[in-house]
Design a binder for this molecule. Structure first.
Ligand SMILES: [Zn+2]
Length: 439
């Protein structure tokens, strides 16, 4: 069993073939090892350029019946069962390569994936795991009656109540998520569906690979399946399986206790989103009180050696730290002497939001130049997505500009996720895309 404190990946590549649930096509899945801090990524081997999709909540597309993630026009459907197995069996970093848009459905449980992971082996890496520690209760609620509460705990635990139509098949189970318990008690639990929900889909031919071999069908009080129930409370066990899989999209291990009532993919995803939001807020608070200089950062002179910008358009005073090659924090002290305050607005000085976006772009450019080690090219802004201005920035504020490169496509394009923090609160955020041109 993997030691809990280090990240883990798989020991060697292993593969699994079967049928895709929605298309009914044959699919082969290969599980490959990946480096530390890589996370889980899905790779579409069947598409041109073999695009990959990060198993992150930001990439969640739909939650109807199954969890679908995607980037651009590329999709991967029904990711929750393999993610559940990877997460519970202790795999932090892996590439899930497939020649279709969906993993093989197997018997509708996570058993085939547990077998695959065991075939590949789980090996420790030399970086510590990232955790989300629940500090105070969080909760989400949905219109359909789902309630998920997350409580502080030093283990990852789930207590789940499942209830079918008219409260038939009400079941409860409480457990600590460990590889051994998951393998024995959770992984074999199969998907179950209500006849009235799948009948229209079967009629429309939307679940071509669906059969009694990969799902239990509940019709009224009758349970239809190829083999008998594997557990008297198989349904609540599968609900727990899905919770683990959907919350794997957080990208960190959770130390906390989830109390779930009638959960579904939509409410699981809502909780995952809340966790990521809380994590982002905490990371934003990590900016130091005293502003460091010297080692580990860049002073104004070094910043100007990299950036071509000058007064009044240089929006970075100093880089205070590089967390990794792709992540850093810059500082901009805003004074009443900034030229833009003269007109924005007379008697009511507020820093223009676009200047904050410019500051984010400049800090991100520094990362790009450090990475490409070239100052002969200049980075141009292509687009800014998800721009939000949350609070006004006033004279006297010190802005901590956080930038992280999330993607660089070849030599010419790069993406960065940025946010500005003043007095421990996020004041603005944006996702920026750059292209490079020779000077
Ligand atoms: Zn499921």
């Amino acid at each position: 069993m993997p030691a809990p404190e280090f990240q883990h990946t798989v020991g060697k590549t292993a593969s699994l073939s079967g049928t895709a649930l929605h298309t009914g096509d044959k699919v082969t899945l290969r599980l490959h090892a990946a480096p530390v801090d890589h996370g889980i990524k899905f790779k579409r081997k069947d598409l041109q350029d073999e695009p990959t999709i990060d198993a992150k909540i930001e990439n969640l597309k739909t939650v109807e019946r199954a969890t679908t993630i995607g980037e651009g026009s590329v999709r991967v459907h029904t990711v929750e069962h393999i993610l559940s197995a990877l997460s519970a069996m202790g795999v932090d970093n892996a590439i899930v390569e497939m020649d279709a848009n969906e993993p093989p459905i197997g018997d509708g449980s996570a058993q085939p994936y547990v077998d695959l992971i065991k075939k590949a082996g789980v090996t420790a890496q030399d970086e510590p795991r990232k955790f989300f520690d629940v500090r105070e209760p969080m909760h989400v609620e949905s219109k359909t009656g789902a309630v998920l509460v997350l409580l502080p705990d030093d283990k990852f635990r789930i207590s789940c109540t499942q209830a079918g139509p008219n409260n038939r098949f009400t079941q409860f189970l409480s457990m600590e998520v460990t590889p051994a318990f998951f393998e024995r008690e959770i992984a074999p639990a199969r998907t179950f569906v209500y006849y009235e929900d799948v009948k229209p889909l079967m009629d429309k031919n939307l679940i071509r690979g669906g059969s009694l071999e990969n799902a239990i069908v509940v019709r009224g009080d009758a349970v239809l399946s190829k083999e008998p129930l594997r557990f008297g409370d198989e349904f609540v066990r599968h609900k727990i399986l899905d919770i683990i899989g959907d919350l794997a999209l957080v990208g960190r291990r959770i130390r906390g206790h989830i109390v779930a009532v009638k959960p579904g993919h939509a409410s699981n995803a809502d909780l995952a989103r809340s966790i990521v939001r809380e994590q982002t807020r905490r990371s934003a608070l990590a900016a130091p009180r005293t502003i460091p200089s010297g080692d580990g950062g860049l002073d104004a002179d070094q910043v100007m050696q990299i950036l071509p910008h000058r007064f009044p358009f240089l929006m970075v005073d100093r880089i205070i730290s590089f967390e990794t090659e792709t992540k850093c924090i810059g500082v901009k002290t805003v004074t009443i002497n900034e030229p833009f305050f003269q007109g924005h607005f007379p008697g009511h000085p507020v820093m223009p939001g676009v200047m904050q976006v410019e500051a984010m772009a400049q800090v991100a450019s520094i990362l790009l130049f450090k990475l490409s080690k070239s100052t002969s090219r200049i980075g141009y802004f292509m687009s800014a997505d998800g721009v939000k201005f949350r609070k006004p920035v006033l004279p006297g504020d010190t802005i901590f500009v956080h930038a992280e490169l999330t993607k660089s496509r070849g030599e010419r394009l790069a993406k960065a996720k940025c946010h500005c923090v003043v007095n421990d609160a996020i004041v603005s955020e944006a996702e920026l895309m750059f292209t490079f041109l020779d000077k």
